[in-house]
Write a protein that binds this ligand. Structure first.
Ligand code: NAP
Length: 252
């Protein structure tokens, strides 16, 4: 087993995940750069430096998840931090189509169930599957942390307020997938509260990445900040929280 703590970041070949991986390396971790395309993961790991290693991991593929867990166990012998960052926002939005137009086409009354299933497969079931595969190693770590990268657009409390600016876009595809992720995060935190393993959800804010065709207003560094902070929480830090770097604790 290696001495350095090990972190796995899913979907770390680009965007916020790549930035989280860079910062965890700077904090002394060996970081496994999860990437469904191994070559893209290798390129990202090379960009970060020798303490980053590419790990083929498609969160929707059982065999890929099992192989990744086996490789971590055999090659590194430990897992201290799991950042569940991989997600997709849709599979059918046309290039250049506005978020508002896509929301109009994906209301509860007219959304394709295939579209809902595809997004939930990655954003919800993928997270649960990776959790189950990695938990035995996290339980062995001295101070394990799990960070689920969610979004404020999934907050039921905020979307219940008529003044909430993104409320008109709340729908069953991406926003509700993040609501479900929040629910699962709380369930994980409750399951693990007697163990010292902290499980929290974070919202990066509207960040300029591929996910939104680079329309976001926050930088990659701003988007990654809360996930990194929560991954490094000390023993007195909270578990079962949902938070944002500038806004602090968010309502579920
Ligand atoms: P991004 O640049 O599109 O990155 C998403 C990452 O997830 C990519 O590396 C992608 O891989 C990976 N991914 C997608 N499906 C996967 C799968 N089945 N298995 C493994 N990896 C998969 O988007 P981002 O903005 O950085 O998103 C990171 C996280 O922040 C997501 O959870 C997102 O929901 C959340 N978030 C983002 C914003 C924002 O404004 N950007 C706001 C709130 C929350 P490929 O490169 O192969 O596609």
């Amino acid at each position: 087993m290696q001495d350095k703590p090990v972190a796995l970041v899913t979907g770390a070949n680009q965007g916020i995940g790549l930035q989280i991986a860079k910062e965890l390396v700077a904090h002394g971790f060996t970081v496994l750069v999860g990437s469904r395309n191994f070559e893209r993961g290798e390129a990202a790991a090379k960009e970060i430096g020798p303490d980053a290693r590419a790990l083929q991991l498609d969160v929707t593929d059982r065999a890929s998840i099992d192989a990744a867990a086996k490789r971590i166990r055999n090659e590194f012998g430990r897992l201290d931090v799991l950042v569940q960052n991989a997600a997709i926002s849709n599979t059918t939005k046309l290039p250049g189509q506005s978020i508002q137009e896509y929301a109009r086409l994906t209301r509860p009354s007219n959304v394709s169930l295939d579209e809902v299933r595809a997004v939930w497969e990655t954003n919800v079931f993928g997270v649960l599957a990776v959790y189950q595969a990695m938990l035995p190693m996290l339980r062995e770590a001295p101070e394990a942390r799990i960070v689920n990268v969610s979004s404020g657009v999934g907050s039921l409390t905020m979307n219940s307020d008529p003044a909430c600016p993104w409320r008109p876009n709340f729908g069953p595809v991406y926003p509700a997938s993040k609501t479900a992720l929040n629910a699962i995060t709380l369930a994980m935190a409750i399951e693990l509260e007697s163990t010292g393993i902290k499980v929290n959800a974070v919202s990066p804010g509207f960040t300029k990445t591929n996910l939104n065709e680079y329309r976001g207003t926050e930088t990659i560094e701003e988007g990654a900040a809360e996930a990194v902070r929560v991954a490094l929480l000390g023993p007195d830090g909270p578990t079962g929280w949902f938070s944002h770097a500038k806004l602090g604790r968010l309502p579920w």
